[in-house]
Write a protein that binds this ligand. Structure first.
Ligand code: SF4
Length: 437
């Protein structure tokens, strides 16, 4: 058997980092490298790190240490790469450190330390590239970086300002994925609704027509692919309203992942949130009147510096009014380098945790009630997994990993990637159960 240079890969962090990993792996496969799932079979290991919160930094540093101990030759990339000094202080023997989104730099470094051996048979590559997600869904990254400067976030300092991919480039990738059998595209970026702002919404040709590099145009064109399209990280700018009719018409999924982070205007201002002055309750009401089935997912931070008991109560009132479907919440964590750390009136840790628990209990009741309202309905679900007891699927209201699941007992004949109709018969605060119809 001929030898092919082999690279091990560890991918940590968010879906945006996952997309970077897929691009690096696709390029490495094109260059003739084999990818190994074990340290022992690899000639060197690439670790794609995350630096978002302290726990992620610790996990990334530990993973680098493990790769060094098990393999010895390690290239580091990803968000934590912006803090090279810190990485080298703990692991001086790493071969190379790059920042996030440095696909070419990582590939060049692999080539330098492990020269490729081109072989047309081993470098045959599926046209959709290498995907790390199961083959029936895929993340579609439309831009990199962010023009905002939310005071709790260090992403712009690690990933830079917004750089949008040309819309035709994105659509070609989406089309290839659909042709390869992908049933659901998850559109990701740091700020999906700002897509195209940096290139002045430049028009591009696609399928013989002109499409602008713009959130609405992208959503509309993706809606023509005939598969599920789910929008993540959308901020509540007024132009988001225009996309809701596409959801009502069934072109894209009636689902918005829209991180509100807080409801109190003073806290939102301290956070320097985009669209902080919008009246979000009014917007939500308007969206539901256009698309009654819309699922709204959001994330919040409690215990932000300066948050009073009254601000927090206002947040709980917002939850009661907004009736969001899915909600994630974090206690404020002072990430090193974040501007919010210099704000006065830090909330004591115990109080943050107490507010987090109150917040979760409050929302749990709302989420449970929202799911309960769907019991008795017939809905289309996408099968993610078939296990001994039956099929595990997701409805239009559930994004993979972060939302709930729909369990179909006994349906072991189904296949991953099947769309089927189920009657929903039971729900808790997170998941649902149903039978095939
Ligand atoms: S919008 Fe704010 S939280 Fe999101 S990436 Fe940009 S700066 Fe960070």
């Amino acid at each position: 058997m001929t030898y092919t240079p082999t690279v091990g890969f560890i991918s940590l962090g968010c879906p945006k980092a996952l997309v970077d990993s897929e691009r690096i792996l696709t390029q490495l496969r094109t260059d003739g490298y084999t990818i190994s799932p074990t340290y022992q079979n690899a000639d060197l290991v690439v670790v794609n790190t995350c630096g978002f919160i302290d726990a992620a930094v610790a996990e990334s540093l530990d993973s680098i240490g493990e790769a060094l101990a098990e393999n010895g030759r390690v290239i580091v990339t990803g968000c934590l790469g912006a803090r090279e000094d810190e990485i080298r202080a703990r692991h001086p023997q790493v071969l190379k450190v790059t920042g996030a989104h440095a696909i070419d730099e990582v590939v060049a470094s692999v080539r330098e330390h492990l020269p490729p051996r081109h072989d047309p048979f081993t470098s045959l590559l599926p046209p959709q590239g290498v995907k790390l997600t199961p083959s029936h869904y895929a993340y579609l990254k439309i831009s990199e970086g962010c023009n905002h400067r939310c005071t709790f976030c260090i992403i712009p300092s690690m990933r830079g300002d917004l750089v949008s991919r040309p819309v035709d480039d994105v659509l070609v990738e989406a089309e290839r994925l659909a042709q390869a059998g992908v049933k659901e595209l998850l559109v990701v970026s740091q700020d999906t609704s700002a897509y195209g702002l940096d290139v002045k919404y430049q028009p591009r040709d696609w399928r013989g027509r002109s499409v602008q590099t713009r959130f609405y145009d992208l959503a509309e064109a993706l809606g023509d692919l005939g598969i599920w399209v789910r929008m993540h990280y959308v901020y509540p700018y007024p132009h988001v309203d225009d996309v809701i009719p596409l959801m009502a018409a069934g072109k894209i999924l009636p689902y918005l992942d829209i991180p509100f982070q807080h409801a109190n205007p003073r806290i939102l201002k301290l956070m320097k949130r985009p669209a902080a002055s919008q009246n979000n309750l009014e917007r939500i009401k308007a969206w539901r009147s256009v698309c009654p089935d819309i699922t709204l997912r959001s994330t919040f931070i409690v215990g932000f510096p300066g948050e009073t008991e009254q601000d927090f109560t206002e947040l709980l009132d917002f939850l009661s009014e907004a009736q969001l479907d899915r909600v994630g919440c974090f206690a404020y964590s002072p990430v090193r380098g974040a501007a919010a750390n210099d704000l006065p009136d830090a909330v004591p840790e115990a109080l943050k945790q107490e507010r987090l628990a109150r917040f979760m209990a409050h929302q749990e009741a709302i989420s449970a009630q929202r799911l309960q309202q769907r019991v008795g309905r017939i809905e289309t679900v996408l099968v993610d997994e078939v296990v001994e007891e039956g099929a595990v699927a997701r409805s239009r209201a559930d994004a993979p990993d972060i939302d709930g699941q729909v369990f179909i007992d006994g349906a072991t004949h189904l296949k991953v990637g099947d769309f089927v109709q189920v009657e929903l018969e039971e729900a808790d605060e997170h998941d649902m159960w149903g039978h095939l119809v």
